[in-house]
Ligand binder design. Structure first.
Ligand code: 13P
Length: 257
């Protein structure tokens, strides 16, 4: 069965103080209410990773980086390596977020290389895929997402991918307030699982978590998380405030199975 995950991606938001408060509040909640069904993940900016690890000492809240470089080390000014993340206790890394693909020009080849580096460094990858509005409008969305999966996963064995988490984040739903309908999310998640089953095995397809991301908030999370192929959420805006993030964790714990 796939891991169920509620993950908050802060993007380039929150001061050290705000970040500290959010990790502490999330950690206090999960310590007081041990979760049976969902794992909680927080992805702060690089500069706050170390304090986030410190403020979640039992590991009930796992800390993720929002990105990393695909090289071991060397002359890559401004970059951070997998071993640097591992060294400070980071457990997961988001790879191929659409903002990195679209705004920062990350290529499919780079995303593939990052995925390889994360998997070989024992960092759990959260691989993001998702189409633009024009692909959705032209009916090309399945083909587009399939292409992203094929290029990211090329050459990996099924065994290597057992720790993979995929996040389906339609670009048109990110930060726009417009969410994919529960049916649209379910349809794409089922498609992703079917695609994994066709390249690998049905068992692996069942084990890989597929999270939905794009304007998830407490008001719409229940319906989305209730879809059979939705294993949780990768949440931006609504994960940057303790009340709404904790509310999303509660909804995940009660709905995700
Ligand atoms: P929003 O929840 O703010 O739409 O962001 C989604 C996202 O991109 C998470 O990675």
């Amino acid at each position: 069965m796939a891991r169920k995950v509620i993950a908050g991606n802060w993007k380039m938001n929150l001061s050290q103080k705000e970040g500290e408060e959010l990790v502490k509040a999330s950690n206090a909640f999960v310590e007081a209410n041990p979760l049976v069904h969902v794992e909680v993940v927080i992805a702060p900016p690089y500069l706050q990773l170390q304090q986030a690890v410190k403020y979640s000492p039992t590991g009930r809240v796992s800390i993720a980086a929002q990105n990393m470089n695909e090289n071991d080390n060397g002359a890559f000014t401004g970059e951070i390596s997998a071993s640097m993340l591992k060294e400070i206790g980071v457990e997961l890394v988001i790879i191929g977020h659409s903002e990195r693909r679209e705004i920062l020009g990350e290529s499919d080849a780079q995303i593939h290389a990052k995925l390889k580096k994360a998997l070989r460094s024992n960092l759990y990858p959260i691989l993001c895929v998702g189409e633009k509005l024009e692909d959705r409008k032209s009916g090309n969305h399945f083909k587009f997402v399939q292409g992203q999966l094929e290029s990211a996963l090329e050459g990996f064995s099924g065994d290597e991918l057992s720790s993979l988490v995929i996040a389906y984040e339609p670009i048109w739903a990110i930060g726009t307030g417009e969410t994919a309908s529960p049916a649209q999310a379910q349809e794409m998640h089922a498609f992703i699982r079917k695609h994994i089953a066709s390249i690998y095995t049905a068992t692996l397809a069942d084990e890989i978590s597929v999270l939905y991301g794009g304007s998830v908030k407490p008001e719409n999370a229940k319906e989305i998380f209730a879809q059979p192929d939705v294993d949780g959420g990768l949440i931006g805006g609504a994960a940057t405030k303790p009340e709404s993030f904790i509310e999303l964790i509660k909804i995940g714990e009660s709905v995700l199975r």
